[in-house]
Structures are given as C-alpha cells and as structure tokens.
Design a protein around this ligand. Structure first.
Ligand SMILES: Cc1cc2nc3c(=O)[nH]c(=O)nc-3n(C[C@H](O)[C@H](O)[C@H](O)COP(=O)(O)OP(=O)(O)OC[C@H]3O[C@@H](n4cnc5c(N)ncnc54)[C@H](O)[C@@H]3O)c2cc1C
Length: 405
C-alpha cells in the first residue's frame, strides 16, 4: 500500500472524476471504471455553490469552469399561484465576497467534460469506459474488481467478457443505485421519495418576457415547485419542475422521455407565466427522485462510498453534486493523512464527513416541506420570507456555503 499504489474508482460522475483528480494529486495512481461508453453528455443544468466551486478552484479549474458557466445575479423567490415576488437574494458578487468562491450554473455535460479532460491530462489517471463493475473481492492486498466489458469497440476488450483489476482500495462513486453500496458495503437500496423532477432545456428566445434570463427563479406552491436558470451563454433556460409522483405514476418507475401531459395538468392553475413557460417545450424528461439515507455504513475494509452512492439526496437545496465534490475533497485529505493505511483513512473520512453530509441531506428534506406548503403555513412562510433581510438569510446558510476543506 501507500503512495504509488493504485486506487480503483467506480463511476465517472462528478464524485468519481473529482476524487480521481484530488487523490492522484496526492501521489496515487487511479483506475476509474465507468459502465457507460463515454462521459454522460445528456442531462440539463446544475447549480454549483461556493462550497463546491472552491474545491474546483483549488484544482486549478476555476477559469475553465467560469468560462462554461453563468453567475446568476439573484435568486428570485415567487409565489407559484400568482407569480408575486416574495423575496430577492443577491448571488453574484455577494457570494464571491462572502465566501471567496462563486455561485455558478452550467450544463452538466460541460462540468463532466471539464473534469474528464483534467483526468485525461493527468499522467496517473486511467479512465476506462464500458466497464461495468459486477463484483469485488476483498483480500489482504486490497481489492480485486471484476468488471464486465459492456462494449468491445471503444476499449479493445471483448464485449461480454470480464476484466479483473487489482487495487489497494476501491471508491464506490457509482451513484444512487450503487452496486458497491448494496452488494459490497451492505447498504440499503435507494428509496423513492414520492416526487418526480421534470427536466427540460428551452430555447431562451421562447421564454416569456416576464421571466428573468439572468436570475435563478424559484416558484413555490402546494406539493410542487419550479426552478429555472439560464445556461450555455444564456442560449437556454434550464427548467426543473417538481410534482408528486401520483401525477405521473408511469414515470415513477424509471427515467423516460415524455410530452409532459401530467406535468401540465399539475401546474395548470399556477401563474400564467409558468403555464406559458412549460408549454414552450413538449420534450420533458421525467426523473423519479430517490434518496439514500446517509446513516448507513460507508466503509467496508478497503472499500468506501462517496457522492450519491453514500447519501443521494433530494435536489431541493441544489447540493447533491456539491456534497459529492466535498466528499471527494475530504476523502483525499484523509487519504493524504493515512496514505499507508487506506482502511483507516476511510474510517477517518466517514467519521468526519457523515455529520455534515447528513446536515445537507436534512436541509434538502426541510426545503421540501417549506417549498411545498399550502394554506395558512404557506401564508406564514411568505410573510417570514418577505421580512427576512439578505443578511439574516445568509447567516442561516453560512455553515453550508462557507465550508472549506
Ligand atoms: C433534478 C435534479 C437536479 C439537481 N440539481 C443539482 C444542483 O443544482 N446542484 C447540485 O449540486 N446537485 C444537483 N443534483 C444532484 C446531483 O446531480 C447528484 O447529486 C450528483 O450528480 C451525484 O454525482 P455522483 O457522481 O455521486 O453520481 P452519478 O452522477 O450518478 O454518477 C455515477 C456514475 O457511476 C456509473 N456507474 C454506476 N454503476 C456502475 C458500475 N456498476 N460500474 C461502473 N460504473 C457505474 C454511472 O454510469 C455514473 O456515470 C440534482 C439532481 C437532480 C435529480
């Protein structure tokens, strides 16, 4: 073991790619196995708060990240039924001045490609696609990982054959439905939350004039909410609309493309701007939202979980990706401190990391309650929001955005 040994990472999502860079920088060799044939270029937008962007800045990626991103001016919170503005919180300069790193929004594929390019340029990182991890054996020398060659064309391997990889340790960054969690570490399968996220990208020229193209906007209403923000040099507006899964049971079973009829029905009586905005496209992706309780085990011997594999959360604090980046930073730090004893490094990481990851996970749940209030509770919420100063609000989130590794 020790520096120069190889650590295997399962999954080339934001968690796996960031961990690869940070751990390789500490003198380890990385083999990153990804089951897909390339970096996921589908998907839509992602918001990255300062607790995440400061990690990417330390990796020397801030300039490229900013070039691919937009820094929204404000978060504008509106009443879903009428579109009345309840509150406006400044983002762009405020976040930078307060936390020393920017709040950015960008296309997920741009983030993933930026991280992947940095991995590709790193002499100690080997990313292999079409490698689906099927089994792991733990032994005195670390781990042997068995991965199915999903497609021989890009990899030189024979499709359907299994390759073996020997590593000093394995990092499970294989997402919410992590096989490493359920089959190796012994955790529970992800649980459906009962909500569906409907996602779409809309040509900015089709967006109703009354909807800001420079801000992140949040509309709150009974049992649902909508978030939108501009991406890709403001050519598109990214929309995420949340409804209960009962309004789209057919989608609750898995991601799929849909014309969004159930979505339109749910929001039919909301503010006219929203109805108009949702009708600008009929290409929606229904995304059932699952959660992984963060209180399960994250470590078994020389295997450890990070990102959604450890604690998939609701996206209502826009923090799942940020928490995955934080995990990667904390894990790299623990590995740096215990380079000769990776199982100890993993225990150290789990101990330090779990309370904060749990706090973020809970925040997302609390936001669900707040955003989806109806009746008197919503009236009280709106009054409190309207009377909160920027300073009061940011003090509440100092612990979140002000985090540094
Ligand atoms: C609607 C929505 C909006 C969101 N908005 C935000 C936001 O604004 N800000 C934010 O910070 N977060 C947001 N999130 C959360 C964020 O997307 C996730 O938390 C983040 O992508 C998790 O990254 P990950 O690398 O842990 O997992 P994933 O991105 O799921 O990556 C896992 C990777 O592992 C691979 N894999 C799986 N199994 C295997 C296997 N057996 N062998 C090899 N490879 C495997 C997968 O193909 C995948 O590439 C949002 C989520 C949703 C659903």
């Amino acid at each position: 073991m020790g520096k120069n040994s190889t650590i295997i990472i399962a999954g080339a999502g934001v968690a796996g790619l960031t961990a690869a860079l940070l751990i390789a920088n500490r003198g380890f060799k990385i083999t990153l196995l990804e089951k897909m044939k390339s970096i996921d270029s589908s998907g839509v937008g992602i918001q990255l708060s300062p607790n995440a962007t400061h990690v990417l800045a330390e990796l020397g990626l801030l300039e490229k990240l900013e070039a691919a991103s937009i820094a929204p001016k404000n978060i504008v919170i509106k009443k879903g039924s009428s579109g009345i503005v309840l509150s406006t919180f400044p983002l762009v300069n405020f976040m930078l001045e307060r936390y020393g790193a920017p709040y950015l929004v960008l296309h997920r594929a741009d983030l993933a490609n930026l991280l992947f390019d940095a991995c590709n340029d790193h002499p100690d990182i080997d990313v292999q696609f079409n490698r689906k991890i099927e089994d792991v054996a733990m032994h005195a020398n670390g781990v042997t990982v068995m991965a199915l060659n999903c497609n021989g064309q890009n990899t030189g391997g024979n499709p359907g054959q299994t390759s073996e990889y020997l590593g000093a340790a394995l990092i499970g960054a294989d997402g919410g439905h992590s096989k490493i969690r359920t089959a190796i570490v012994g955790g529970e399968p992800a649980k459906p939350s009962g909500d569906i996220a409907w996602r779409a990208l809309v040509d900015i020229n089709k967006v109703p004039k009354s909807i800001s193209k420079m801000d992140t906007t949040l509309w709150m209403g009974k049992s649902g909410h909508i978030v939108c923000y501009p991406i890709r040099k403001s050519r598109f507006l990214n929309i995420v609309a949340i409804t209960p899964s009962s309004s789209a049971t057919e989608i609750a079973r898995g991601r799929c493309k849909t014309d969004g009829e159930a979505l339109f029905n749910f929001f039919a009586k909301w503010d006219a701007d929203i109805v108009q905005l949702l009708k600008t496209t009929n290409e929606w992706h229904g995304w059932p939202l699952n959660q992984v309780e963060p209180n399960g085990n994250w470590v078994k011997g020389a295997t450890v979980l990070i990102g959604d594999a450890a604690h998939a959360m609701l996206p209502y604090a826009a923090q799942g990706g940020a928490a995955a980046i934080e995990d990667a930073a904390m894990l790299a730090k623990s590995i740096g401190a215990h380079a000769d004893d990776l199982p100890l490094a993993f225990i150290d990481y789990e101990k330090i990391r779990k309370p904060r990851a749990t706090q973020i996970w809970q925040l997302a749940r609390t936001n669900r309650k707040i955003y989806h209030m109806g009746g008197v509770a919503a009236v009280v919420r709106n009054i409190v929001l309207g009377n909160s100063s920027n300073d009061q609000l940011y003090k509440r989130f100092e612990w979140l955005y002000g985090w540094k590794c």
